[in-house]
Design a protein around this ligand. Structure first.
Ligand SMILES: Cc1cc2nc3c(=O)[nH]c(=O)nc-3n(C[C@H](O)[C@H](O)[C@H](O)COP(=O)(O)OP(=O)(O)OC[C@H]3O[C@@H](n4cnc5c(N)ncnc54)[C@H](O)[C@@H]3O)c2cc1C
Length: 423
């Protein structure tokens, strides 16, 4: 097989890159190990950055037609205090979203082939990547390409095989299940984020989706820090949770076991979830997956190869939002390749061009990393919620974080809370 650009991984990052390239006349082959419409473990929440990226791709209308739109985010603190802030939010299961994105890429002219598993890169005499060794039905094949984009998500195997991995451990691990409760859907017009002493450092969520089906989950952040403290697992005894094979690298069974245990307690103890379970039923397995955050943990590129999305940690620490940012990095990589084509850039110049785009995003990522302290010290949320209950201005300020017009590092940090208390 041969193409101008080979995109490996048909998640939001890969499909966004592929569609952008094909819209600009580039011959693109998009491959994925799984068939179209695979299920990706996710909260399925689409916040304004994802809406903006989808608009840029020209796919927002298709997504908006199928998503559930919600006007409010509810934040619940460990002491039970809560605020509701306005937001333009939407929820669409990843099975549907990723299929729409991949079909969108194919509509633009991308060739998509599933059941193709990336094994390693092919290099030319100068060391530049010029294709990939892949496996199809257990048989080895080669794909030759002028450029390769790696969009294989948060699992580190492909990153390692592409010689880009700097850290195999994920930044966070999270799990979710679907609960069908149509009788509650009409009144549940908000996404809930729940901070609790149970889920530290992290949070839980309840996101109502289309057809009365709720996405419920928890995530634990700062996993790199925890890795230093924890010993390898010797056993796990919890739910029959399906591990997507992700965090196999660093004592993940223990971490996932802990996560399952916490999740069981969360759904038994959080009153809205108790209601949800009384009036509805769990209709999926509880599945876990890793997240890579803060644009850390991997090299962003090497000559001939650009990595995008969760593979380079494009998910925000603190909130775990990654769909929008994955598409943004995909579009950035595509734009760098389009420029390279127009201006005859060398592979090294192309890497530089792409990395400059990522560097411009770093301050925002760092701000989310600072705000991540909230997940370690959930009492900070209690203070912010307590103040915000009395202050429409503060609620507005929190709302503007959702649309990225405000910086979470200013509010959800020890410094930010100190400022709030002294104000
Ligand atoms: C439990 C959980 C909840 C989350 N909730 C939200 C949320 O509500 N909102 C939000 O914005 N973000 C959320 N995220 C983050 C979001 O899921 C990711 O940021 C996003 O999926 C990243 O997209 P991606 O395209 O980089 O990777 P992925 O979506 O993971 O896609 C990678 C693709 O690469 C393919 N692939 C991998 N290896 C190979 C290989 N060797 N060969 C061929 N193909 C391969 C995979 O099959 C997959 O299709 C959540 C994450 C988790 C784990």
């Amino acid at each position: 097989m041969k193409c101008e650009v080979l995109v490996i991984g048909a998640g939001p990052a890969g499909s966004a890159a592929a569609r952008t390239l094909a819209q600009n006349g580039v011959d693109v082959l998009l491959i994925d190990q799984h068939p179209l419409g695979r299920d990706k473990v996710c909260g399925d929440g689409l916040i304004p950055d994802a809406h903006a990226a989808l608009r840029k791709l020209g796919l927002w209308n298709q997504v908006a037609d199928q998503a559930l739109h919600l006007p409010t985010l509810e934040c619940i603190g460990p002491r039970g205090g809560q605020i509701k802030v306005p937001g333009q939010l939407a929820v669409l299961p990843r099975q549907v979203l990723d299929k729409l994105l991949c079909l969108g890429a194919q509509d633009a002219g991308v060739r998509f082939v599933s059941g193709v598993k990336f094994q390693s890169t092919i290099q030319d005499g100068s060391g530049s990547v010029c294709g990939a060794h892949v496996e199809i039905n257990g048989n080895p094949h080669e794909i030759n390409a002028k450029h390769v984009i790696l969009a294989t998500g948060a699992q580190s195997a492909a990153l390692t095989a592409a010689d880009l991995c700097e850290r195999t451990a994920p930044s966070a691990v999270a799990l979710r299940c679907y609960i069908e409760a149509p009788s509650l859907a009409a009144d549940w017009q908000y996404m809930s984020i729940v901070w609790s002493q149970l889920i530290r450092p992290g949070y839980g969520w309840i996101f109502p989706g289309p057809n009365g089906i709720f996405n419920v989950g928890i995530g634990l952040f700062n996993q790199q820090k925890l890795n230093k403290k924890t010993k390898p697992a010797t056993s796990h005894k919890y739910l029959s949770l399906k591990n997507q094979g992700h965090a196999r690298e660093h004592e993940p069974q223990r971490r996932l076991g802990n996560l399952r245990n916490i999740f069981e307690r969360f759904i038994e103890q959080h009153p809205p979830l108790v209601t949800l379970l009384q009036q509805g039923k769990i209709i999926s397995e509880v599945k876990g997956a890793p997240l890579r955050c803060g644009l850390t943990g991997a090299r962003w590129s090497r000559p001939g190869l650009l990595a995008i999305g969760d593979a380079i940690g494009s998910t925000y620490a603190f909130t775990g939002e990654g769909i929008g940012k994955a598409m943004e990095t995909g579009i950035l990589a595509a734009e760098a390749l389009i420029k390279a084509r127009q201006q005859n850039h060398s592979p090294t110049q192309t890497c530089l061009q792409y990395e400059q785009g990522l560097h411009a995003l770093l301050p925002q990522f760092n701000s989310y990393a600072r705000a991540n302290s909230v997940n370690e010290y959930p009492w900070l949320v209690d203070v912010v919620i307590w103040r915000a209950q009395k202050s429409p201005r503060l609620r507005q300020s929190i709302a503007s974080i959702l649309s990225e017009q405000n910086n979470p590092g200013r509010l959800f940090t020890l410094k930010g809370v100190k400022r709030l208390l002294l104000d």
